[in-house]
Design a protein around this ligand. Structure first.
Ligand SMILES: [Zn+2]
Ligand SMILES: [Zn+2]
Length: 494
């Protein structure tokens, strides 16, 4: 009895180690693809060759390949002339991972409004700067599709905002706006309208705003595009808040079982992918009770009508994103866990590496988020948490003099600290993604001179001056100083 318990424990440790090893091999394969410039269609080698190269068993390699396939970095083709082929990813898995994580956090409509008001006017103004004939045609096509809507038809998906963000030619901004629109759509689905005429009015109102924004973008009127976009986002959110029962976050909506959206004709990997997304949604819909059993394996097989192999693969993906894990034995089943942001950040950062954003793409979003953060921290300056942050900052640690590594950590701590204090889970996560992208870019860009002691002192001084403005409640000065600091530090850290 005791012995079999021991063996089971040893076995589960071994399984844990194999999973960790597989995750590491997957990361190495992905880093290799990034290093090679993401050569779509090229082979990374046969299963056997990869097994030899990474010195792992076939089962570990297969698990690593599953992860790489999940991230849409490469796909294994069996048979002669086969191998692990680099593929062209789409934003699907990255976006889903982030949406599910944010559902767990239970973002508020206020956070969503705030995030949309930071990013969408930026997208509109960038679109106005670089619009071309193809872009104008695309935006006008979206407007025509909106005009075809009639009462009784399902409400049009708010595709307009995603199409507009696409025209900004900034892949990071495009992805973030997509996430925000998906979250907004989740609210809209549960919104109640008192009458059909009210729904019509809402849709027409929306359409009128969209037409004006497109006109400003087409005319290249950057300032007007920005202002109109800001006003529109404000109106949409006001409408949602008015019509949303209780105004609770999407994570807090009532649980209701839904028909699984699994297409039985799809190949197994795709099936597992879809099933994992459905289970993730259902866990969020049922209120995300960490530690509870979401269902036994038998119950889940029955509920979703899939094979055991597909379910097990979906469970691996849920485990990878720490959404749920399978516990064997009596009282076991799929246990709801606490999601960690890192898996979402990694998935999204990897996808964005494929899209190759420029430094400027990252910088303009970071600046918009950080300047909004500092304004929010000024508003919250009497909050004990904020006050504590303001007080602990008392100049550089001279013990760390000359230690550029520690200075970089301090720089990170300051900016991530501000994001945390600003209190918007969405913008906080977006900023972490940007930091991760900078980090990946920086670490692959050797040859940059390390910061000098003068740089360290200048950065610390800038931080102190920002905090002084925050403590004084001087909103515009805090923004000014942060902006100056970001301009000066941009070429160095973050
Ligand atoms: Zn709209
Ligand atoms: Zn700084």
């Amino acid at each position: 009895m005791l012995e079999s318990g021991c063996r089971r424990a040893q076995l589960s440790v071994a399984v844990g180690q194999a999973d960790k090893l597989a995750a590491k091999v997957a990361r190495d394969i992905e880093a290799d693809v990034v290093r090679r410039g993401w050569p779509v269609g090229e082979s990374l080698g046969s299963e056997q060759a990869l097994q030899q190269r990474f010195r792992v068993s076939r089962s570990v390699l297969r698990e690593a390949v599953r992860l790489v396939e999940h991230h849409q970095v490469a796909r294994m083709r069996r048979g002669p002339g086969g191998g692990l082929l680099v593929c062209e990813p789409d934003a699907g898995p990255a976006t889903r991972a982030v949406v599910i994580y944010l559902e767990y956090l239970g973002t508020t409509p206020g956070d969503l409004l705030n995030a949309r008001r930071v990013l969408e006017p930026l997208a509109a103004s960038l679109a106005a700067e670089c619009i071309d004939e193809a872009g104008i045609a695309r935006l006008r096509a979206v407007l025509r599709a909106e005009e075809r809507w009639r009462p009784g038809l399902p409400a049009p998906r708010d595709e307009f905002h995603v199409a507009l963000a696409e025209r900004s030619k900034n892949p990071v901004l495009q992805l973030f706006v997509d996430v925000l629109i998906r979250l907004t759509a989740r609210y809209a689905r549960t919104a109640r309208t008192d009458s059909a005429s009210e729904a019509v009015e809402a849709v027409e109102h929306m359409h009128g705003d969209h037409c004006e924004i497109v006109a400003a973008v087409t005319a290249g009127d950057v300032a007007r595009a920005k202002t109109l976009s800001d006003r529109h986002v404000e109106r949409v959110t006001a409408w949602l808040q008015q019509h949303h029962p209780g105004g609770a976050g999407p994570g807090a909506r009532a649980g209701r079982p839904r028909a699984p959206r699994v297409d039985p004709e799809a190949p197994r990997g795709k099936l597992a992918e879809g099933l994992a997304a459905t289970i993730g949604d259902d866990i969020a819909a049922s209120g995300w009770h960490v530690g509870s059993v979401f269902g036994t394996e038998a119950a889940l097989l029955e509920r979703y009508g899939v094979s055991r192999a597909v379910l097990r693969e979906a469970v691996r993906l849920l485990e990878h994103h720490s959404i749920a894990r399978m516990r064997r034995g009596p009282g076991g089943g799929l246990i709801v866990t606490t999601p960690q942001p890192q898996a979402s950040i990694d998935t999204i950062a990897l996808y964005l590496q494929y899209r190759k954003p420029s430094r400027e793409d990252l910088r303009c979003i970071r600046d918009a988020i950080e300047i909004d953060n500092v304004a929010r921290v000024v508003q919250r300056r009497t909050d004990p948490e904020v006050a504590a942050f303001l007080n602990t900052r008392s100049g550089i640690d001279h013990q760390a003099a000359g230690d550029a590594g520690r200075a970089a950590v301090e720089e990170f701590r300051f900016h991530v600290g501000l994001a945390h204090l600003a209190g918007n889970a969405l913008l906080d996560l977006f900023l972490r993604i940007i930091v991760e992208l900078f980090r990946r870019h920086w670490s692959s860009n050797t040859g940059r001179p390390p910061p000098t002691w003068d740089d360290v002192v200048a950065v610390d001084h800038a931080h102190l001056r920002i905090l002084q403005a925050v403590a004084a409640g001087d909103d515009s000065l805090a923004r000014y100083r942060l902006r100056r600091h970001l301009d000066a530090a941009a070429s160095r850290w973050l």
